[in-house]
Design a protein around this ligand. Structure first.
Ligand SMILES: Cc1cc2nc3c(=O)[nH]c(=O)nc-3n(C[C@H](O)[C@H](O)[C@H](O)COP(=O)(O)OP(=O)(O)OC[C@H]3O[C@@H](n4cnc5c(N)ncnc54)[C@H](O)[C@@H]3O)c2cc1C
Length: 451
């Protein structure tokens, strides 16, 4: 007999969410995490000198109304949120301007944009589902006449999904995220509800971990799981370094690129071949980025806004700048600024050293034009790149019902959670959504099984 009803692998947003929800319902849950702290990709680090650094921008789309906030509420926690983002400013021809100025829409074009947004706001789920296999560029080619409106909507799609090309963005995902923002927002809807937890994203994932512990779940850190194997008798063997745990149910709360290393994926695996092949095929279907994280002696811009240089000429990529301390000054020493400066790119680009060096050099030249004298303000500057920002990339044919499910019909007791699995929304919200879907499915299965 296992000591636990469910073992969860991974203490990111998804794993902690599943654990908190299950344990709240009286299901004995153990979380195994290879890292020393909770949060996975969503952590905050204390650096010497009074800096608190998030592992990436970590803007929570829809803020207090987000799936992340709902998940916390469901385990009885609330956190303090920063003020909301107030909009996007764009750099063009040597000057900063609003979206409206950048676009310079005629009355007719404004009418077309408003009509499109009204249609989006009322779009039924079934229509969005149909758009899951269509690219944003194809969808807009059929739905919008004005080139400027098309360009604007592509830019929104890119900001929403962290993918750099409209051909790679699923129109269904674009419509689902934008519809939600329009419904939640009083005006515009593209940025008005984006917030961050005060104190950094680690405050949110720390609260999730504490909620799971308070409910009675156990979390073991520094505990890498090497393999998870079905026993053949309806349970699972979870293999650790020098220890084995058996459990009737296991949740793999990990991205697919981690998961394929842990489950039996070989020819003689008891897991269905079609599923295994699909999982292996999805490993590279994620977003990537390169850029700088920079600590500055003072602000290079003010206000809770998101800055973009729409297509930096020499590299054709959308440089984006996010001044985290404009939302939460407590993250840096008084008067100082933390800025995330970067762009989404493909995994192949991010892994190409020569390409990275050239692109970062071009970006720095652009930054010097945008913020003359920026070099004199730098306290520290970390160039970096990441593959696996969030997953799966929101490409046509990979979103909504096309995402892998949170369970496997052929293998009862094996579940999945995280930003790769069924559930709409951007990174952290996708992970939070999947946690709620996964926990509901497990509870329903336990009930059906007489518990
Ligand atoms: C640089 C960057 C910027 C981002 N910006 C944003 C943003 O602005 N907005 C947004 O919504 N999202 C953003 N994201 C995405 C967001 O961080 C993720 O979508 C979200 O955190 C995923 O949560 P998760 O629980 O699914 O996975 P993870 O956080 O990856 O959790 C998986 C956990 O499993 C653990 N694990 C892996 N292997 C093992 C093993 N063998 N044994 C035990 N444990 C294991 C990992 O250590 C990790 O803790 C960003 C990500 C990055 C990297």
């Amino acid at each position: 007999m296992s000591e636990y009803d469910v073992v969860v692998v991974g203490a990111g947003i998804a794993g902690l969410g599943v654990a908190g929800l299950l344990q709240s319902a009286g299901v004995r849950t153990l979380v195994l995490e290879k890292g020393r702290t909770p949060g996975g990709r969503a952590r905050t680090y204390d650096l010497p000198g009074g800096w608190r650094l998030d592992s990436g921008t970590h803007c929570v789309d829809l803020g207090t109304e987000s799936a992340c906030a709902r998940l916390l509420e469901r385990v009885g926690r609330t956190i303090e949120w920063t003020r909301p983002m107030e909009g996007i400013r764009i750099f063009k021809d040597g000057a900063w301007m609003s979206q409206e100025e950048f676009l310079g829409l005629s009355e007719e074009e404004s009418g077309e944009l408003n009509g499109f947004l009204a249609r989006l706001k009322d779009m039924p789920d079934a229509e969005i589902d149909e758009l899951d296999t269509v690219s944003l560029s194809d969808f807009l080619a059929g739905a919008v006449r004005s080139d400027k409106v098309t360009e604007f909507l592509k830019m929104i799609g890119m900001v929403q999904t962290t993918l750099s090309e409209a051909e790679n963005i699923s129109a269904g995902e674009f419509a689902a995220i934008y519809r939600e923002a329009l419904r939640q927002s009083r005006a515009g809807g593209d940025a008005g509800k984006v917030r961050m937890p005060v104190g950094g994203i680690g405050v949110m994932t720390g609260a999730q971990a504490q909620a799971a512990l308070d409910k009675g779940a156990e979390i073991r850190y520094s505990t890498p799981v090497r393999r998870v194997e079905p026993t053949g008798a309806g349970g699972f063997r979870v293999i650790l370094d020098g220890e084995e745990i058996s459990a009737p149910a296991v949740v793999m709360a990990l991205p697919i690129w981690n998961l394929v290393k842990m489950l039996p994926m070989e020819e003689d695996s008891p897991l269905p071949r079609a599923w295994r092949e699909r999982m292996k095929g999805l490993v590279r279907e994620t977003s990537a980025s390169i850029g700088y994280t920079t600590g500055l002696t003072g602000p290079i811009f003010t206000g809770p806004v998101y800055l973009s240089a729409w297509r930096v000429p020499e590299v054709g990529l959308p440089l984006q700048i996010f001044g985290q301390t404009n939302f939460d000054a407590s993250l840096a020493p008084p008067g100082h600024m933390i800025a995330f400066i970067g762009t989404p790119c493909t995994p192949d680009q991010a892994e190409n050293e020569a390409w990275r060096e050239n692109t970062l050099a071009v970006f720095w030249k652009t930054l010097e034009q945008m913020f003359p004298g920026i070099g004199d303000k730098v306290v520290w500057n970390h160039p970096g790149w990441a593959v696996g920002i969030d997953g799966l990339g929101r490409s046509p044919g990979l979103t909504g019902r096309y995402r892998p499910k949170v369970f496997l019909e052929e293998m009862p007791g094996l579940y999945f959670a995280g930003d790769c699995y069924t559930g709409r929304g951007v990174g952290m919200n996708a992970a939070a959504n999947s946690a709620m879907i996964c926990a509901e499915k497990i509870l329903a299965d336990l009930k059906a099984g007489g518990r």
